[in-house]
Design a protein around this ligand. Structure first.
Ligand SMILES: NC(=O)c1ccc[n+]([C@@H]2O[C@H](COP(=O)([O-])OP(=O)(O)OC[C@H]3O[C@@H](n4cnc5c(N)ncnc54)[C@H](OP(=O)(O)O)[C@@H]3O)[C@@H](O)[C@H]2O)c1
Length: 314
């Protein structure tokens, strides 16, 4: 099969189109003929070796965790999926080696869900990692409820633009941060307010909107940006970060959680339902053929993608 692989950590030039052996299928596995693969910031971090201490890996590494495609074969223990099913998955495995930047990927059946009926392959491939992250932060980390005020950072990004929609769909009052060129986009996703993070302190801007503070902050940035925005959270409020542990810092009365996204077929089913009910959409910034994965990484590493980048494979 054709795949993009790296023989060692490094720059974008490491991403080479290769002829790789088809992945082997275990008894609980599903072999997916990949139609499209989502591109995520973690793919570039992995390529550079920045996650070397977190993920056991085996070279050559085929990057990529997001896939949408057609089931080609199932292991003998798999009962609820069969060849021909149209599926999508966040294909994280215990070892990083055979990812989704490939014509085929084998993954445990337990993390595979039926793709949203109304989504294109590209849209379905863009959803799993970012969608599950947004879902787990909103529901599990922040336990967000109707009428609560939530600030979502990097609201125009892959995770943020899905989080804004999930929060708005719940009936929360949503504030997003974005540069000026993305304000109309973020409002169009359902945000009630947008704060321009390039224009000064986000915490102060939010405080001007709500003198008594906000209930929840979804942080994707960490560091100084987290500390600044966190100041707008009221005592008793919550902060969940996908960028750094202990996001509550020393702020009194604020509950903090760090979330590292988990695969979940059940939650993918829920995202598919929301998508098919037109309560969630995914913004595709650009698509690339598999052979141009390095160009996708270059754009991603610029840090200003609106929505998602996707590799089209079949
Ligand atoms: N812990 C986990 O499980 C987990 C899961 C998923 C992602 N992550 C991490 O979360 C981060 C975000 O992921 P992503 O896929 O959403 O990234 P992304 O799509 O690449 O984010 C790009 C967006 O970030 C915005 N942005 C850049 N700098 C900003 C700033 N200082 N303040 C506000 N917005 C800013 C840009 O908007 P403008 O163009 O308007 O600036 C752009 O729309 C990455 O570091 C990723 O690795 C962690």
């Amino acid at each position: 099969m054709r795949a993009i692989a790296i023989e060692g950590f490094g720059g974008r030039d490491r991403l080479q189109l290769v002829d790789a052996p088809d992945p082997k299928l275990g008894p609980d596995g599903v072999l997916i003929a990949v139609r499209a693969a989502g591109v995520n910031p973690v793919d570039a971090k992995l390529r550079e070796g920045r996650l070397d201490d977190r993920f056991p890996h085996r070279f050559p590494v085929i990057p990529g965790w997001d896939a949408a495609g057609v089931v080609e074969a199932v292991g003998p223990a798999v009962v609820d999926l069969e060849p021909g099913d149209e599926v999508y998955a966040y294909c994280r495995k215990s070892e990083v080696a055979e990812g989704t930047y490939a014509e085929k990927v084998a993954v445990a059946a337990g993390v595979v869900a039926r793709k949203p009926r109304t989504a294109s392959w590209v849209e379905a491939a863009a959803l799993p990692l970012a969608g599950l992250t947004a879902y787990q932060v909103i529901h599990e980390g922040l336990r967000l409820e109707r009428h609560q005020r939530v600030l979502v950072s990097a609201a125009a990004g892959g995770v943020g633009h899905l989080a804004v929609q999930l929060a708005a769909d719940l009936g929360a009052e949503v504030i997003g941060t974005a540069s000026a060129r993305n304000h109309a986009f973020v409002t169009g996703l359902g945000a009630d307010h947008v704060v321009d993070y390039t224009a000064g302190s986000v915490g102060e801007a939010v405080h001007e909107l709500f003198a008594d503070g906000i209930d929840a902050y979804f942080d994707v940035l960490g560091g100084d940006a987290l500390a600044d925005a966190r100041a707008a959270v009221r005592p008793g409020g919550r902060v969940t970060s996908i960028a750094q542990p202990r996001p509550e810092g020393d702020q009194p009365g604020v509950e903090g959680r760090y979330i590292f996204v988990r695969p979940s077929a059940t939650e993918l089913d829920e995202l598919a339902r929301l998508f098919d009910e037109r309560r969630l959409r995914v913004e595709i910034a650009e698509t690339f053929p598999l052979a141009r994965a390095a160009d996708a990484h270059e754009l991603l590493e610029g840090g200003h993608v609106r929505g998602k980048l996707v590799l089209e494979i079949a």
